[in-house]
Design a protein around this ligand. Structure first.
Ligand code: 5MM
Length: 340
């Protein structure tokens, strides 16, 4: 394991108050987003959309790294240049989503387990060989009646830790993504309790599997009330609860925390991340940054609609959301930035 290289890559992923762009939707997820906007669900449409993203002028001013999926990492832009090379030339570190998706967990009604450990070490070597510098694996935890169960949390945490250990062995920085879903009517307090329990279990497992915390990135959910909970806390209350929960469970040796957006609107995700940095940046042990997919991409996708003539406007929208989130990493985002 090249510990120095892992530490340098992890630091670079959250350096200079910038974050990560998640563009790693699996084909079914990408197709779902396309279908909602009437965009054809073809390999060529997905390639054209990803070309729009990676060729966005100025993206590297706000984004340190981009997470690709397996289909995208082997694709090229129109002139034949591989996307991975386009990103590296732009100064953006390429990474790869390596889990094989979530499946119903046997014996655990309503709960999910992430698959993809079989054959992972060979796949990781191939990705590292073509230039990927980090990887990502997502586990999904649902809050509901009697769930999450201990069995579900422990199995997912163990898979995350085994994935992370394999990544570090081949020199890839693992992004560890345990997502407590926003769906449901649970309170913010319930989300806090579950998120703390999940993170403590994940870091125990990471320790057991000898994962070096300095050479990884955590991608958690923010601590939020469920989408249908009648009480929706303020931006500041969410920021306080999220950082309090992370301070309890995440070692200070981890260089960066890059949040997922999980279905929040772009504006709310930026505002909440901003509030965390306004209130805690000077005393936070880790960089507090972003690794959003929908909260960066959604406006651009809605403008593009699969039409070549909309590419420039869509790229401007993408760049705008990326800039808003970089401003949030500095604690300088304000609502007035929207609508510009
Ligand atoms: C939670 O999803 C991750 C962050 O995206 P949002 O900011 O939109 O919540 C995202 O990286 C996700 O893991 C990928 O989109 C891949 O998901 P699928 O389900 O397509 O594998």
């Amino acid at each position: 394991m090249n510990t120095q290289m892992l530490m340098e890559t992890a630091k670079a992923m959250v350096a200079n108050d910038k974050g990560l762009l998640a563009m790693d939707e699996s084909n079914p997820t990408c197709n779902k987003r396309f279908a909602a906007l009437g965009i054809p669900q073809t390999e060529e449409a997905r390639r054209a959309y990803r070309e729009l993203i990676v060729t966005t002028p100025g993206l590297a001013e706000s984004i340190n790294g981009a997470i690709l999926c397996d289909e995208t990492i082997w694709q090229c832009q129109d002139d034949g240049t591989p996307f991975i090379k386009v990103l590296i030339n732009a100064g953006i570190i390429p990474g790869i989503k390596v889990d094989l998706g979530v499946k119903d967990m046997a014996g655990h009604p309503g709960e999910k387990i992430t698959e993809g450990l079989d054959g992972l070490r060979e796949r990781l070597k191939k990705y590292a060989h073509i230039g990927a510098r980090f990887a990502k694996w997502r586990a999904v935890i649902t809050i509901g009646t009697g769930i999450p169960s201990r069995g579900c949390i422990e199995a997912n945490a163990n898979a995350l830790a085994r994935y992370a250990a394999l990544c570090q062995k081949v020199g890839l920085v693992p992004i560890v993504e345990p997502e407590v879903l926003m769906d449901g009517g649970h309170t913010m307090e319930q989300c806090f309790e579950v998120t703390e329990r999940v993170l403590r279990t994940v870091f125990n497992q990471l320790y057991n599997q000898r994962v070096m915390p300095e050479g990884m990135i955590l991608k958690p959910n923010m601590v939020l009330p469920g989408l249908t909970c009648p009480k929706q806390e303020t931006v500041e209350e969410v920021a306080d609860a999220t950082v309090k929960c992370l301070l309890r469970a995440v070692p200070a040796a981890v260089p960066g925390i890059t949040f997922l957006s999980g279905g929040q609107s772009g504006e709310l995700a930026s505002a909440r991340l901003n509030a965390m940095n306004v209130r805690f940046k000077s005393r936070s042990p880790w960089a507090l940054a972003f690794s959003f997919a929908r909260a960066i991409q959604q406006p651009a996708l809605a403008i593009w609609k699969g039409e070549a003539m909309n590419v420039t406007a869509a790229q401007q929208a993408l760049c705008h959301r990326a800039r808003c989130n970089a401003a949030a990493c500095r604690g300088e985002y304000e609502a007035a930035m929207e609508g510009v």
